[in-house]
Design a protein around this ligand. Structure first.
Ligand SMILES: CC[C@H](C(=O)O)C(=O)SCCNC(=O)CCNC(=O)[C@H](O)C(C)(C)COP(=O)(O)OP(=O)(O)OC[C@H]1O[C@@H](n2cnc3c(N)ncnc32)[C@H](O)[C@@H]1OP(=O)(O)O
Ligand SMILES: [Co+2]
Length: 133
């Protein structure tokens, strides 16, 4: 695992939340991206050497909609950058962590991603991200 690549925050009202984080962070999001496979819209803000990812759920069965339904808005996941996502997934599996996808999948911001179940990481949803070169 390398640095914290981004912190994912689940929000109800995407445009309001983007305005709030612009005022909070003093920067505009450098990208917004619809990710149909996850049923989300995302926006990314650079903050120092890491990023904030705002996520809104677009369908009732999206992970973000279900999260907000159950727990309200807030920090949803922590993403770490890895150099070799397949090797890291194999390592975590051998360490007994529960992975939520067997193979890396296309995430946002030009990344391959994999998630670790919060139940095997002290209640924190962990995302692995590898830059697609
Ligand atoms: C577009 C990609 C983008 C990127 O950066 O590239 C993203 O980050 S997309 C982010 C959204 N996608 C995901 O989160 C995919 C992985 N998530 C999942 O597969 C599910 O959300 C899962 C398995 C974590 C939870 O599934 P579900 O909500 O259907 O099940 P439960 O509600 O029964 O949850 C089980 C258990 O986990 C707790 N939980 C759920 N979400 C979280 C969370 N984000 N952080 C911590 N804990 C979480 C939930 O409360 C349940 O615990 P319990 O004690 O039983 O209440
Ligand atoms: Co993310």
């Amino acid at each position: 695992m390398k640095n914290v690549e981004h912190i994912g925050i689940a929000v109800k009202n995407f445009s309001e939340a983007n305005g709030l984080y612009f005022r909070l962070l003093g920067v505009e999001p450098y990208k917004t991206e619809h990710v149909a496979s996850e049923g989300v819209n995302t926006s990314f803000f650079r903050v120092g050497s890491t990023k904030i990812e705002l996520l809104e759920g677009l369908t009732p069965d999206s992970a973000i909609s279900k999260f907000i339904e159950k727990r309200g808005e807030g920090i949803h996941h922590i993403a770490f950058e890895v150099d070799d996502i397949l090797a890291e997934m194999a390592r975590l599996k051998s360490e007994g962590f529960t992975l939520l996808n067997e193979q890396p999948k296309k995430g946002a911001d030009n990344k391959l991603v994999c998630f670790v179940h919060p139940k095997s990481a002290t209640g924190v949803l962990i995302e692995l991200t590898q830059e697609i070169k």
